[in-house]
Design a protein around this ligand. Sequence first.
Ligand code: GLA
Length: 366
Amino acid sequence: MIRSRAPGRINIIGEHTDYNNGFVFPAAISHYTEALFTLNDHDHICKIYSEVLQEGFTCDLRELGIRQKTWENYLVGVMGVLINQGYKLRGFDCEIKSNVPIGGGVSSSAALECSFIFGLNALFDLNLTRIEMARICQKADHQYVGVMSGIMDQFASMMGKADHAIHLDCQSLEYKHHKIELDDYSFFLINTNVHHELASSEYNRRQTECKEAVDTIKSRCNSVQSLRDISLNMLEEFKSQMNSIAYKRALHVINENERVQLSIEALKENDLIKLGQLMYASHHSLCTLYEVSCDELDFLVEQSKSFDSILGARMMGGGFGGCVLFLLKEDDIEAVDKNMKELFENRFGYKPSPLKIEIGQGAVLC
Ligand code: GLA
C-alpha cells in the first residue's frame, strides 16, 4: 500500500507570467490531497474513487482517452502521459481525499495530479524526479484537460518547503527557496466562491494574445522568443504595430515580472508595506490590463484598502473567480474576516469563505 500527499499553493506575486517564461513566487500550503494506492488483480484495470466527490470511475490502461468529467481527466491525463512516455503501469485501486477547496484558486487540480503521480512513482518504481513529475502533470493539463497551464502550480506542489516561498524562473526552471518571515503579519485568503465557466477558454486566449505581441516584435527582432525577452522600451517601440489588446497583455506581463523581483527584495528588507503596494499594483494590472478579474474579486480588494491592518491584497491564480490573497496583521484576521463577510454579503447576497493557510511542504509519501 502506498499513501501520497501533495498540497495546493498560494502565489504571493507573479500572475500569468509562468507560461510567458517569466518569474513566479508561489508557496505550497498546508491543505493537501491524499491518494491511497493498492495493486489489484488486473493487468490493465484501475479503479479510482474520490471521497470528496463521492464518486469513482474505472479505466483501462490500454485505452486512456479523454473523459467527460474534468477531475477524471487530471488523473487519466497523468496516466496517459506516463504511458506515452514509455512508463509501465498495471492495475491498481486508488482512493482520494482532500481538504483543498475545489475551484478556489489554490490549485486543487495540481494537488490532485501531484499526489497521484507521486504515489504512482513509488508504486511502480518509476524513478521520476519531482520536476519531471511536475512537467508530466502540466502535460496532462494540456493534453487531457485542454488548459494550456504554465508550470507554477505543479512546481509549487512538488517543490514546496515549510515556511518558504519559491522564486522560480519559469524559463530555466532555476529556483530558490525564500524564508517567509512576516513578523506579526500573515497571508490570508478569502474565497469568493465564484467559478466562471469561461475561465479556461479565457486562460488559453490570453496565451494567444501574448503570443501576438511576441510575434509582432519577433518579425523584426529574431532573437525574441517570449515576453521574457522583451523590455518595456521595446514594447513601446512596437506599440503602434500591434493591436491594443496584445499590447496591454504584454505590458502586464513585463511589469509583473519586475514586481516579482521587487517583492523578493522587499521581503529581504522586511519591507512589508512595499510588498503590500506591489500586491495592489499586481491586482490593478490583472484587472485593467490583463482583464482576468471579476466584480467579486475587485470588491474585496477595494474594500481592503480601508482596513489599517491590511497592507496588500490581490486576486490570485488564473482569475475570473477564486480567492483574494491578503497581507494583514495576524491578530486582526478574525475581525477582517467578519467585516469583509458582511460587506460582501450586503453587496452580492452571499457569504464568501475564509481560508486560513500556512505555508507547508511539497509532495510526500506518508
Ligand atoms: C493557473 C495556472 C498557472 C498560472 C496561473 C496564473 O493557476 O495553472 O500555471 O498560469 O493560473 O498565474
